[in-house]
Design a protein around this ligand. Sequence first.
Ligand code: UT7
Length: 311
Amino acid sequence: MIYARIAGTGSYLPEKVVSNKDLEATMDTSDEWIRERTGIRQRHVAAENEFASDMGLQAARQALEMANTDASDIDLIVVGTTTPDKVFPSTACTIQRRLGVHNSPAFDVQAVCSGFVYALDVANRMVITGGATKALVIGTETLSRITDWDDRSTAVLFGDGAGAVVLEASEKPGILSTHTHADGEFEDLLEVPLGEQYIRMNGNAVFRKAVATLGSIARETLATNGVEKADLDWLVPHQANLRIISAAARKLDLPMEQVVVTVDKHANTSAASIPLALDIAVRDGRIQRGQLLLLEAFGGGFTWGSALVRF
Ligand code: UT7
């Protein structure tokens, strides 16, 4: 049996940090409201000349280094992003060129906040069926460009950044299963409408649906693998709101010490949030080789998904 194993992780955050206090100066909000309702304290914002490919490239280089892998050995690049550099070609193609890779398939996956889990699902399936042996899976977002900085109901929530993993074919596990779903019925609750520039969200409705759905995807993932809640070492969730993350942890009977939380520092970076959180917990030594990780995401579409990973 061939698995896709995470051989390395990487991440990148833009230099500019915008704190809640900074936002207080430009809109009718407060640090207290943002922290209590979301857990967010600050977010990173891309420079004017910084795009999804720039950030994804940095994250990819770090992941390649940790995996001890030469870019020339990469035979698949999948990028989860809602904020690509261009309408086309894909951000994956731009990153491929800048890595000096030729001929591998390279494409973007658009599943908003579930983008990384969707990208991981596709890459995992290609690796385990022999279509690729070393894959780069990247989540990268410049959400600040589709955020209306005059709308306090959304401006406080989002940030920019990128994360990446190198997957390699291995006899050792590996990604144990991936799960992806969508229900377009809910598309108008979280969207950038055609002809408009900015995110519009019915926050309350998204919140309720996210909590319920993350509970069901976790149950589905554990059941598929015959794994108990108590077997999990880490929950690495999409980082939209600390209250959503805490609710997901409670449903899994996991103490917050076993949940990777970055929403306080990064805010919601959509498809970048899971690989960013993963990389941070790998590099600070919390996540160790051999541990069992549950990755889960929910976002616009609605889309949702998960992965059970033996790290
Ligand atoms: O990545 C996946 C997609 N996104 C999500 O998962 C986000 C899901 N939703 C949420 O995280 C939450 O719904 C929000 C954080 C967006 C909002 O929290 P909430 O507890 O649902 O607040 P609310 O929208 O019900 O607003 C409560 C009050 C309102 O005032 P009134 O009507 O009670 O007087 C808002 O006008 O808070 C007000 N408000 C604010 N006040 C200060 C909304 N935004 C702000 C703000 N600062 N930034």
